[in-house]
Write a protein that binds this ligand. Structure first.
Ligand code: ADP
Ligand code: MG
Length: 697
């Protein structure tokens, strides 16, 4: 391990193409220097090293092709599009563009050579690419093939893949071996020893620019030794930050909450159901926590539909009765809105005032809400990230509930609890449906105590899951029709190309149009990430009320939505999603007493792994069993599932895939924190840059 002074960080301004505006965007992602950019690691890779012949293409693969334009026309259909034919010696392929400029169209003259990269769709024998990336080429001046795999980076609005590639190239140009210190003694850890051939700088270079000869199947599942080495480092850093949080927490006082049993009885007595044993047990654990003059930090895990919300509400009640405000933070506006309605209904009789705070509220209205939050008039405030914005002041923040914890980072939780201005800490309850196996949760989330609701409310019949291939689409649509005729509601989830939210939305739009014309008697709603929050809200309200019978969506309905009358869920291309994400989606149905069904409509041919995952989904409804299977398979499902869904809490590690590393991670970090706090701090700085701002080592 190096012990000399750390290298001076090279500022982003030294990198070509990064001005102040981009620098601010990067800062928000925790990237402040060239070295930080080197640690912005690829999500996955594309092989663009060989040009494929059109005749040999298979559906569903992303490939490079090259050919000559033989026709190019604007088609005026439901949506205007440019359609080109591209020909090589082996066949013809169609290129389709929905967004295009006149100049772009003009370039596509007959005889123009193009090199395209995109995903191939084969429909009734004819191959098509929608919105490929393309370059025009001169026959006399052939384009060299790329020599390494192309990295795809996690990103935010306004930074394209091309830009990421340029920034990272720029960062390498100003960096050297000395820019990245070795902070982990990898020799001591058997699981990652094999990666040691290279120093960290060279490892990073390989990860950004893997040679075409590298084992892509290992790389794409995150199991390459280089990746495992970095995953280990990252897990150590994460655990260190959790350990330090816990340490800080233990020295903070908090308001002790004495439970008011009468109030609780009144409240629970007004519900239409009684709590399950599991719910009661967890509630008792929580009440024990909050009775202490120390902040509660409890992780509540419970499968989708297990009834976490009522546990949070009952906890909230105890705080209100002692004049402490409660904040519930949810990852999406849809979910916040839904919680708001649920809480408002539950608390109406008790004269407890609930309020909603999301970002897009008219200014005057927002001002008013902020005032009633600040003066304590609002007792339970439900919202999204808007709750942590600077202008929000609370009067007496006592409890924070975070729903779907895996969508938030430690730093967001921290920002929220810092809103309490006196020296008291804030009690925290973080909830998740992500089935992290218990031992993992307990060893890894070192800052949190752990509770689980391991029982579903009675009277639910398990969801029946079937798998059908895409060519049975007609039969699936009939089924949707039948369900709606019987007064049931249906979800239809479209998943297409994960890194393009835009194309995903397009797919949902196209499907909604198709279903609209095939099912004229059914009211169809469409919801996706591109809609304005207010629009989404209206659609969800209509679906909630039963006015919309069939809801076509992208994966935005994934989290938390609760409409008990919905009994059928269609998931297109399930083979592209991880088991956990599929389980979350499927959990939107089976919430009432009606028998519910889930149709996994896959695209042929299924890979072995894809088939295996679909079989598992059919075999079990149990989130914990699914998590266990995921662990056993360690398939790319997880890589697809959590890392791409915007919840990039980890850059490299995957708690489930890398669970075999955890014992070593725990031992290593527990020792390091005592023996070498300086290195511990550097590791936290490297991997959790935003968290490092507030953790004192
Ligand atoms: P999740 O744990 O996925 O957040 P919810 O809290 O949304 O689940 O609960 C799912 C549904 O089950 C809600 O309609 C809720 O009112 C209902 N529910 C919760 N607890 C019980 C119970 N003990 N008995 C019957 N229904 C319940
Ligand atoms: Mg929930």
């Amino acid at each position: 391990m190096q012990n000399h002074a750390s290298p001076q960080p090279i500022p982003l301004s030294k990198i070509k193409g990064i001005g102040p505006a981009i620098a601010r965007k990067l800062n928000a992602l925790g990237i402040f220097s060239a070295t930080d950019l080197l640690f912005h690691l690829p999500l996955r890779y594309q092989d663009r090293t060989t040009v494929q012949s059109i005749g040999s293409l298979q559906s569903g693969h992303a490939v490079v092709i090259e050919g000559e334009v033989t026709a190019c026309n604007v088609i005026f259909g439901k949506r205007r599009s440019v359609v080109c034919k591209l020909k090589d010696q082996s066949g013809v392929l169609t290129l389709r563009f929905f967004h295009f400029s006149a100049a772009q169209k003009k370039q596509m003259v007959n005889g123009q050579r193009l090199r395209c990269f995109g995903e191939v769709n084969i429909n009734r024998g004819s191959a098509e690419m929608i919105h490929p990336e393309y370059q025009r080429i001169n026959a006399s001046d052939p384009l060299p093939n790329s020599t390494h795999l192309t990295a795809i980076y996690p990103t935010v609005d306004g930074i394209s893949q091309t830009r990421w590639r340029n920034y990272i190239e720029g960062a390498f140009a100003v960096s050297s071996n000395a820019s990245v210190e070795t902070l982990i003694d990898a020799e001591k850890i058997s699981a990652i020893k094999q990666a040691l051939a290279a120093d960290l700088f060279s490892s990073l270079k390989l990860l950004h620019y893997p040679p075409a000869t590298i084992d892509l199947s290992l790389m794409s599942t995150g199991m390459h030794p280089l990746q495992r080495q970095l995953a280990f480092e990252e897990l150590v850093a994460q655990r260190l930050s959790h350990l330090l949080l816990r340490k800080n927490n233990l020295t903070t006082p908090a308001i002790a909450i004495r439970s008011n049993a009468t109030l609780e009885e009144n409240f629970l007595g007004g519900l239409t159901f009684t709590l399950t044993d599991a719910q009661q047990r967890v509630l008792q654990q929580i009440k024990n926590d909050i009775a202490k003059p120390q902040p509660m930090m409890r992780l509540l895990q419970g499968d989708v539909g297990s009834g976490k919300t009522i546990v949070a509400a009952t906890t909230a009640l105890q705080f209100i009765s002692q004049h402490q405000q409660v904040v519930i933070m949810a990852p999406t506006e849809i979910l916040a809105e839904q919680h708001f309605e649920t809480f408002t209904a539950w608390f109406a009789n008790l004269n407890i005032r609930t309020g909603l705070l999301v970002s897009k509220i008219p200014a005057a209205e927002k001002k008013q809400r902020l005032t009633s939050i600040a003066n304590g008039e609002m007792q339970i405030i439900i919202g999204t990230h808007a709750l942590i914005q600077e202008q929000v002041n609370y009067q007496n923040l006592g409890l924070i509930v975070i729903d779907e914890q895996h969508r938030f980072g430690v730093d967001q939780r921290r920002k929220l609890k810092d809103k309490r201005l006196d020296h008291f800490g804030v009690h925290q309850l973080v909830m998740t449906a992500t089935p992290i196996p218990r031992t993992l949760a307990m060893t890894f989330y070192a800052d949190l105590d752990y509770s689980v609701i391991d029982e579903l409310p009675p009277g639910r019949s398990p969801i029946e899951t079937v798998a059908l291939s895409n060519d049975r689409r007609g039969a699936v649509i009939d089924r949707v029709n039948n369900a709606c005729q019987q007064g049931r509601q249906v979800y239809w989830v479209c998943t297409l190309i994960k890194e393009s939210e835009q194309l995903d939305c397009q797919a949902a739009e196209t499907t909604a149009n198709e279903l609209d014309s095939l099912l004229p008697n059914i009211t169809i709603g469409l919801i996706h990430g591109r809609l304005k929050p207010a629009q989404k809200q209206i659609i969800m309200q209509h679906f909630n009320a039963g006015d919309i019978q069939l809801l076509v969506s992208t994966t935005v309905v994934e989290v938390g939505v609760n409409v008990p009358n919905a009994s059928l869920m269609i998931i297109e291309n399930p083979e592209r999603l991880g088991l956990s994400q599929l389980h979350q989606l499927r959990g939107r149905v089976g919430r009432g007493e009606i028998q519910s069904h889930c149709v996994l409509m896959y695209q042929k041919p299924l890979s072995k792994n894809g088939k295996q995952r679909i079989d598992i989904m059919r075999a079990t409804n149990d989130g914990f069993v699914l998590a266990q299977k995921d662990l056993e398979m360690r398939g790319p499902g997880q890589v697809l599932g959590t890392r791409q869904s915007g919840a990039n809490l980890f850059k490299m590690a995957d708690l489930e895939r890398d669970s075999d590393l955890i014992p070593d991670v725990v031992a290593y970090s527990d020792k390091l924190i005592d023996q070498n706090p300086t290195v511990a701090k550097k590791l936290i700085r490297r991997w959790c840059p935003l968290a490092s701002n507030y953790i004192d080592v």
